[in-house]
Design a protein around this ligand. Sequence first.
Ligand code: KE4
Length: 427
Amino acid sequence: MRPHTKSAAAFAEARRFIPGGVNSPVRAFRGVGGEPFFVERAEGAHIWDVDGNELIDYVGTWGPAILGHAPRVVRDAITDAASRGVSFGIPNPYEIEMARTICAWVPSIEKVRMVNSGTEATMSCIRLARGFTGRDLIVKFEGCYHGHVDALLVKAGSGALTHGQPDSAGVPAALAELTITLPFNDVTALRSLFMARGSQIAAVIVEPVPANAGLYLPREGFLEVLRQQCSQYGAVLIFDEVMTGFRLARGGYQERCGISPDLTALGKVIGGGLPVGAFGGSAEIMDQLSPDGPVYQAGTLSGNPLAMSAGLAQLREMDRVNGWARLEELGAEFENGVRFALKKAGRDYVFQRIGSMFCLYFTSGEIWNLADAQRSDKAAFARYFHACLEAGIYFAPSQFEAGFLSLAHTPADLAQTAAAATTALIA
Ligand code: KE4
């Protein structure tokens, strides 16, 4: 590994003009110490930093790079679309194609609206649910992260958790009071809340597979009870599939678990790396949106032709090669490598995975919620992170993030990773 001379200079320069030197906090390496490297270029499962170091990438720009970085089909689609215009702000055929595809692949979505980030998608779902029900209360789960929406920055995960700001400054108490948080996987707490305040609840928003406090899974029956309680009390059930959508299955996690939410928030993969989010659900709810309905929601760049083309190219390629089956195989191979490393190193750390998403918790025992995840030894994780980085493996720079595989990861990548992980875990 060459010294990060140019990265250090770049970071010093960035800090002069950008808060914390980053445009998103989790990139600042505060969860692992040290300074972030700056990327020069990325292709396939590899990235090169400005000092010429080559890394195998398990962050994949936090989920969008499901085919690997800069796939040919996406680059060609962007170039082709750009030859006819970069942005219109006018209805265009790409938007119909994207909407048709999302509605075809996700049966719970009868109508969908494009936005420019996952945050916009969840924010719009919250406002729409409140407008549709005429109620104010929102329920979320500790450790889940739904973007930096005021109403949802309450006991949030991801960077908010990493930086110890799960309840951000700047969110008025009056607003935070309208958001109730529950422990994930706690059916008793869920039923009690609905019993007490069910008629006031506008919506429950949940990451069906929480992946912003590492990665933990729903217990058998938990999501089913959530679905039943929302239906019984007339609350809107929102699945935040910004991360899991079009990654865990063609129809997202809801296809795997067989539960239909009322609204779904999407992002990441559907942009092919460009800024895209989306939200959709039953026509009955979606038709409450302006211009047909009273709930306002808008966006200058929503349905941008480049972003639509890039996202469509990525989705079509995944469908053409049935990428989801391959991701399952890659995930299993990757897990074998990690379990080999843990055994070799004599560590009983907790590795959790679903499809191409994973997390290695530096603790033992079971991880079913945020409190379990916070048992992790963050210092040990930080040492592991840096040891792997030195060996050319880039994992997410926080214990409270998930890792991602792509179709571009090769058996050689996985073997190199297992070897580096073994050495790092022994150390
Ligand atoms: P964006 O606004 O960052 O596009 O999406 C917000 C969001 C919403 N819902 C879920 C389930 C998410 O995971 C996210 C964003 N994920 C983080 C990574 N854990 C983005 C990385 C970052 O904040 O820089």
